[in-house]
Write a protein that binds this ligand. Structure first.
Ligand SMILES: Cc1cc2nc3c(=O)[nH]c(=O)nc-3n(C[C@H](O)[C@H](O)[C@H](O)COP(=O)(O)OP(=O)(O)OC[C@H]3O[C@@H](n4cnc5c(N)ncnc54)[C@H](O)[C@@H]3O)c2cc1C
Length: 525
């Protein structure tokens, strides 16, 4: 039984001490994430993947052009530094060696870098914080990596029109915090929000916990400023709420993973700051019952602001790693759902009480609703602690597959079968409200057999998701690890349309070569 439930039954809220202890253990776990994942990449770099060849640096004419475009301090060619920009957080993705890493500070500098590279015939890889999970920001051999993190200014917050204009290097959380201080809300909230950038979010069309109610990043985009492969600056979209003039070029560029243009500015729609959340937690003896509750909630017309699922493997990992009983102690249930409503006051409470009834009729072994903010925070922290907790068991490799919401139980069963077949632990955690699951494979990165088994499981999970009518990515993108899966999902005609768009905007194939799909020959073959 969750501690929150016990506290409620005792007529008391969770104690401050318990909250503090839990918060500290999760914070510690999270601070381990980046370090351990960084180590993991480093370990894989030497043990499994080829160590990037540090290369010989850019051609002298290009180096001179880059330095004249953005100054000596913005151009790094030292191989010991450039190597650290060769990978993101996906250990299975191939990566090359950048000849230079550049740090432009404004749009004009980005345009000058693109023109310099275009005239030297040297490709470019745009990069934000490098938190991606597909290798999409990984360096390509001989290319220049363009890091946008120095373009990190919030240019405008327009309360009258409920929008903001930002540079691409702004960190998601910094932006959220800034707009919240003005009573506004920026919805897209990837779990990496404390270090990923808006430019990376736009380019991957990132999702997060609140997509069930607010959609993915593209749903917050009004317009973009981008630098094209020609070095020209294109503005797409508008500042108005409505506007349908011409093709929707903003939506084309959002999610294009740096293959069509470099985003240098974004005009983003904001919402009124939601009310304080009301939270539900429910535990189930079977994953089928938990998934039946998800379908029941949808049939009942509920639109919670988040609805997350954790299976028994994830629950046990969080219990063990954090030492908290917020998800219960003793035997873990087969699955837990955590839901929230931000409708506010009585409306939020009503929404979660209805969800509680739906869970109970689906067979929940307990369900509990709380308006206590500390309890709600603890439960969400437990959800966010899944990856760091699984990491204690080994290296994690998180998949990203989105299935119709009626098929979540089948996907979880498929993951259980795959885990047995390959002999590895797979924990399933995900955004149940929108069907986007993150089955996470745990393996020993130093054991080549386990690495191969993890790779195998990664692909088999995607196949299982597709067979259930799903897609091979709900939010992380394609990058350098899912190209064959993209091909089979969109088909040959879809691929040719992608190639035609790429040729139209980037005929020389300058932007992010080797990522998302192969551009093919100029005749489209
Ligand atoms: C612990 C953890 C949790 C995560 N949780 C989520 C989650 O809940 N939801 C989710 O969607 N993702 C999640 N991610 C994945 C990742 O954080 C997102 O994909 C994020 O959007 C990447 O942002 P970034 O700044 O790190 O971009 P990078 O990884 O640097 O780049 C990502 C892609 O964007 C391109 N790019 C970056 N900036 C620009 C630009 N200005 N112009 C053009 N192209 C550009 C790159 O070329 C690359 O293709 C998670 C990752 C981790 C490590």
């Amino acid at each position: 039984m969750p501690a929150a439930t016990k506290a409620a039954q005792n007529g008391a809220a969770a104690t401050d001490a318990a909250l503090t202890q839990f918060t500290e253990s999760v914070a510690a776990a999270f601070s381990e994430t980046s370090t351990v994942a960084g180590d993991m990449n480093a370990a894989l770099g030497s043990a499994v993947l080829p160590v990037p060849d540090v290369g010989t640096g850019p051609p002298p004419a290009l180096l001179a052009a880059l330095r004249s475009a953005i100054g000596d301090e913005g151009v790094v060619v030292d191989p010991s530094v450039t190597a650290s920009y060769s990978r993101d957080m996906m250990p299975l993705a191939p990566s090359g060696s950048p000849v230079a890493v550049v740090f432009p500070t404004d749009t004009a500098q980005v345009a000058a870098v693109v023109r310099a590279c275009a005239s030297a015939g040297v490709p470019l890889v745009p990069r934000g914080a490098g938190s991606g999970l597909t290798g999409a920001a990984n360096a390509a051999d001989g290319a220049v990596t363009v890091v946008l993190t120095k373009m990190n200014r919030i240019l405008e917050i327009d309360e009258g029109n409920r929008l903001a204009v930002v540079q691409p290097g702004v960190v998601n959380l910094d932006f959220r915090t800034a707009v919240e201080s003005r009573g506004l809300f920026y919805a897209p909230d990837p779990s990496s929000y404390d270090w990923c950038t808006i430019g990376g979010n736009l380019s991957t069309n990132a999702g997060g916990l609140c997509c069930v109610k607010y959609g993915v990043t593209t749903d917050a985009v009004l317009g973009l400023e981008v630098v094209l492969a020609s070095g020209e600056v294109l503005r797409t979209g508008r500042r108005t709420v409505k506007g349908v003039a011409g093709y929707d070029l903003s939506r084309l560029i959002v999610g294009s993973e740096g293959t069509l243009a470099i985003i240098t500015e974004a005009t983003l729609a904001l919402r009124p700051k939601p009310a304080a959340p009301c939270t539900l937690v429910a535990a189930f003896a079977t994953t089928e019952a938990a998934c039946e509750a998800v379908s029941g909630a949808i049939r009942a017309g509920l639109v919670p602001s988040l609805l997350e699922i954790m299976d028994a493997t994830c629950i046990r990992a969080v219990q063990a790693h954090t030492g908290s009983s917020v998800l219960g102690d003793g035997d873990a249930p087969a699955a837990i759902l955590i839901g929230q409503s931000d409708a506010g006051g009585a409306a939020g409470l009503r929404e979660m009480e209805l969800l509680e009834r739906v869970c109970t009729s689906a067979g929940a072994v307990f369900a509990y609703v709380t308006e206590d903010l500390a309890e709600g925070r603890m439960l969400l922290q437990a959800r966010r602690a899944v990856l760091p907790s699984l990491q204690v068991l080994g290296t994690w490799l998180t998949d990203d597959v989105c299935v119709p919401r009626t098929e979540i139980a089948q996907l979880i069963s498929a993951c259980e079968r795959i885990a047995q077949d390959v002999g590895l632990t797979i924990g399933v955690v995900g955004h149940a409200g929108d069907g986007n699951m993150h089955p996470t494979i745990v393996y020993d990165a130093t054991d080549p057999a386990q690495l191969a088994a993890a790779h195998d499981a990664f692909g088999r999970i995607l196949d299982a998701g597709r067979a259930l009518g799903g897609t091979v990515t709900g939010e992380h993108g394609i990058g350098r690890v899912k190209q064959e899966f993209l091909r089979s999902e969109i088909g040959q005609i879809g691929l040719e349309v992608h190639r035609a768009i790429k040729r139209a905007l980037d005929p020389a194939g300058l932007f992010n070569p080797g990522s998302m799909f192969s551009a093919g020959s100029t005749s489209g073959q």
